[in-house]
Design a protein around this ligand. Structure first.
Ligand SMILES: *[C@@H]1O[C@H](CO)[C@@H](O)[C@H](O)[C@H]1NC(C)=O
Ligand SMILES: *[C@@H]1O[C@H](CO)[C@@H](O)[C@H](O)[C@H]1NC(C)=O
Ligand SMILES: *[C@@H]1O[C@H](CO)[C@@H](O)[C@H](O)[C@H]1NC(C)=O
Ligand SMILES: *[C@@H]1O[C@H](CO)[C@@H](O)[C@H](O)[C@H]1NC(C)=O
Length: 540
């Protein structure tokens, strides 16, 4: 008897205890949420929707399923509120509190600072700032979050110029920004002169990438840079590079612009020279078999992108000067072989020979074709199209075409070469074009194969200062080389010597331009009907 009556009472007891326990949990949770987020519960859905799973369980067992269905609505905002009490949230808040306290101790931040955190999804940093007494703090992200983060369009800061004393961008957000320069410009615009910008970036392994980071903040001065431990050793950022910058009252001129007396002499930064020192050595003695030595040398090339990180560059640009067909170096080499660090490059093909133009127009491979010859000024030019001597070639024999030397039209009139086809083309001022197309903050790779015109173009790039815009050049230098066909005979096509080529390469390297000795990469290529053709011609 006792045993039978004690069973339901025992069960009831358990249920009551469960219910009480549940209520206790809710009460604790409630107080906790309110305390930690500092938000009131007047917004009806706030407390209810952030209740833990245990709440549903408790209600269901005590009052039946009908009642529970009314309450167990899933959080409508994807659980953002729940986040405030999650372990990760609390851990991050602790982490940022100590980071910001440290910054206060060093005088980069104060309780009176008006602060902004850029690109913060949940506002952990903002919460930490407010908690340590920097009350006037706000975050921005593409989606708002509670009272901590307001909605802002991508790469835009919805505040006036010179608003903040302190701007923070954490978690490698700048490393991953689609347009880092747009974001950094907005930060610089909204921070007050004398105010501080603190960025947490993925540790940079080379001075090149750190300098490209600094170049994003043109009107700031580097104050401090050090490595700290991340808040989670298992996260994508076990270590963090913390950089403190201060916005200068006067704009700092980092890049010597083309003005005044020191016309166009650009400034060569030390980190570029450092990189050049690590490059493969130049071949200092003239090769007897250039078609072997120079071709082999391509395997020794140390690409800039294999030595340095290019993540902080604003735009990625490849310029192919003397591009010929798409397949000859853009398609077969640049697209396939050049290490691009997952960046998308804007590709420019500069090719004056009409025979190749249609292909670019049809293919639409996101290549911008400039159907002109790279030259030192805007003018009409004559150029020769090299064809197999003595052979009549068909109209469409594109693969065998190679641009000859170009020269101003007046020089060629009356000249005899009847076997050669001479075309009139438009030359353009390549150096000026480059200056109007790219900036120092862009990453610019160039291939130049212009049949001897490099001896005009490179000096012009120096004179105009455009040389400093180029990060890496693959240059084929044309000289009177030994020929494969005819031992002991030099090519008569080019008048420069190997020594003059070497001087050209050296002058580039001394200016911090990473130049590589190039040799036409594609020996042969397949043309449409399955035939293959090879160039450049060894004998001319
Ligand atoms: C940046 O993007 C890379 C690749 O998309 C990703 O692996 C990494 O976790 C991201 N870093 C941060 C800090 O979001
Ligand atoms: C804000 O700053 C930007 C760039 O720094 C400038 O172009 C713009 O004119 C400024 N706006 C005002 C209202 O001063
Ligand atoms: C590039 O992206 C691929 C896949 O998207 C990834 O596996 C690879 O690690 C990335 N490389 C770099 C250098 O980020
Ligand atoms: C050269 O031609 C380009 C393109 O047509 C033009 O934009 C530029 O102003 C010209 N430069 C000179 C110096 O005439």
């Amino acid at each position: 008897m006792d045993s039978t009556s004690s069973k339901p009472s025992f069960l009831r007891n358990i249920l009551v205890r469960l219910l009480l326990f549940g209520l206790f949990i809710i009460a604790v949770r409630f107080t906790y949420v309110v305390t930690i987020t500092g938000e009131s519960c007047t917004v009806g859905d706030f407390c209810f929707f952030s209740l833990p799973e245990s709440f549903n369980f408790v209600i269901t067992t005590s009052t039946g399923p009908e009642a529970s269905s009314a309450i167990s609505v899933k959080p409508s905002d994807g659980g953002v509120r729940d986040l405030y009490t999650s372990k990760d949230w609390i851990k991050a808040v602790h982490f940022y509190s100590s980071i910001f306290q440290d910054l206060i101790a060093h005088g980069y931040l104060s309780p009176d600072s008006k602060s902004l955190t850029v690109e913060t999804r949940t506002g952990q940093e903002v919460y930490a700032l407010r908690q340590i007494g920097v009350e006037d703090s706000i975050g921005i992200f593409k989606k708002a979050s509670g009272s901590l983060v307001i909605k802002a369009p991508q790469n835009q800061i919805p505040f006036d110029n010179n608003t903040f004393d302190f701007v923070f961008i954490g978690e490698g957000r700048l490393d991953n920004a689609s347009r880092p320069l747009d974001l950094s410009s907005e930060i610089e615009r909204t921070v007050k002169p004398g105010g501080y910008v603190v960025a947490h970036i993925v540790p940079t392994k080379d001075t090149y990438s750190f300098n490209s980071f600094l170049e994003l903040f043109n009107s700031c001065k580097l104050i401090k840079s050090h490595q700290i431990e991340g808040f989670d050793s298992k996260s994508s950022m076990p270590f963090i590079h913390e950089v403190v910058l201060r916005k200068e009252v006067e704009n700092v001129v980092k890049f010597k612009k083309t003005s005044g007396n020191s016309v166009n002499k650009c400034f060569v930064p030390g980190h570029k020279l450092e990189l050049v020192k690590k490059a493969e050595p130049l071949i200092s003695t003239e090769p007897m078999k250039p078609w072997i030595t120079l071709k082999k040398n391509i395997q020794n090339i140390k690409y800039l992108t294999s030595m340095a990180d290019i993540r902080f560059k604003n735009r990625y640009v490849y310029v192919d000067v003397g591009a010929r067909s798409y397949g000859s170096s853009i398609g077969s080499w640049f697209k396939k072989q050049y290490p691009k660090q997952n960046k998308t490059f804007d590709v420019y093909a500069i090719e004056a020979d009409k025979a190749f133009h249609e292909e670019y127009r049809l293919k639409k491979k996101k290549v911008t074709l400039l159907p002109y010859a790279a030259w030192v000024r805007n003018e009409s030019l004559m150029f020769e199209i090299n064809r197999d001597p003595g052979k009549e070639v068909e109209e469409d024999d594109k693969a065998k075409r190679g641009m000859g030397r170009i020269q101003p039209a007046k020089n060629l009139h009356g000249g005899g070469g009847s076997k050669r086809e001479v075309n009139e083309i438009q030359g353009f001022d390549f150096a000026e074009w480059l200056k109007s197309t790219v900036t120092e903050r862009d990453f610019v790779v160039m291939k130049m194969d212009v049949e001897g015109t490099e001896f005009d173009l490179i000096p012009r790039l120096f004179d105009t200062g455009a040389i400093c815009l180029i990060d890496e050049i693959f240059l084929e230098c044309h000289y009177n080389r030994w020929q494969r066909c005819c031992p002991g005979e030099r090519s008569a096509k080019y008048e420069k010597s190997y020594g003059q080529c070497l001087d050209l390469f050296r002058s580039l390297r001394e200016s911090g331009v990473l130049v590589h000795q190039w040799w036409e990469y594609v020996g042969c290529l397949t043309i449409e009907n399955g035939h293959s053709a090879c160039y450049p011609y060894i004998c001319t």
